[in-house]
Design a protein around this ligand. Structure first.
Ligand SMILES: N[C@@H](CCC(=O)N[C@@H](CS)C(=O)NCC(=O)O)C(=O)O
Length: 206
């Protein structure tokens, strides 16, 4: 499989974690978002949405990180990234969607680029990012009832979403002081190989 990726893309970071959990070997093809390579003619042919990640599989090309992760989870069942129990599984997806649907899209690079084009100041943009990130983290901090991970006994889909988002908080200098449970969970995850090797800071991760 080939993962079209950018090392600092948090949506791609999620997919790398999932692939690592399943011990699936894959090649990374870097699409440099800073250089605008997502807009190149070649990449547009692969993904008309002009975003990473994109996973090239034997069945074809797949976009959208959550769809990709669920596909990986179903094709490589071990270890499971979602619970067997429908209710617990729905709760895990619900937590993942807080980040994937309600936080990340508001601070993705094309949104920030648009705000800059509309002459918003850097401090105003920073406040915008922090506001939506905090809103998501406040929700998840309350929902973090299972231990030791968001998903329960073992890391599951919401943990895979949490760690890259916490990484983004660091990049954008968003204070995590009010989210001790989330920080503890993320720290725990980061010691595990699938998270460690997927990190943008991991050697050859860039
Ligand atoms: N909902 C998409 C979001 C993908 C996304 O926003 N990717 C960002 C990087 S994290 C991107 O490619 N940005 C390029 C741009 O904004 O031009 C997913 O989960 O895959």
């Amino acid at each position: 499989m080939i993962l079209y990726d950018y090392f600092r893309s948090s949506a791609a970071y999620r997919v790398r974690i999932a692939l690592n959990f399943k011990n699936v070997s894959y090649q990374r093809f870097s699409v440099n978002l800073l250089k605008g390579e997502q807009h190149s003619e070649d990449y547009r042919k692969l993904n008309p949405q002009r975003l990473v990640p994109l996973l090239e599989t034997s069945s074809g090309r797949l976009t959208q990180s959550l769809a990709i992760i669920e596909y990986i989870n179903e094709t490589y069942p071990d270890p499971p990234l979602l619970s067997d129990d429908p209710w617990t599984r729905a709760k895990q997806r619900s937590m993942a969607h807080v980040i994937a649907c309600d936080v990340h899209p508001l601070q993705n690079s094309r949104v920030l680029k648009y705000l800059r084009k509309e002459k918003q100041s850097e401090p105003a943009i920073k406040m915008w990012i922090a506001n939506w990130m905090r809103a998501g983290f406040e929700t998840l901090e309350q929902q973090a009832i299972a231990t030791p991970y968001l998903g329960g006994n073992t890391p599951k889909l919401p943990d895979i979403l949490l760690v890259p988002q916490i990484y983004n908080a660091g990049r954008f200098e968003v204070s995590l002081d009010n989210f001790p449970k989330l920080c503890a969970i993320a720290e725990r995850c980061k010691t595990l190989q699938p998270f460690l090797e997927a990190s943008p800071d991991y050697p050859q991760g860039g």
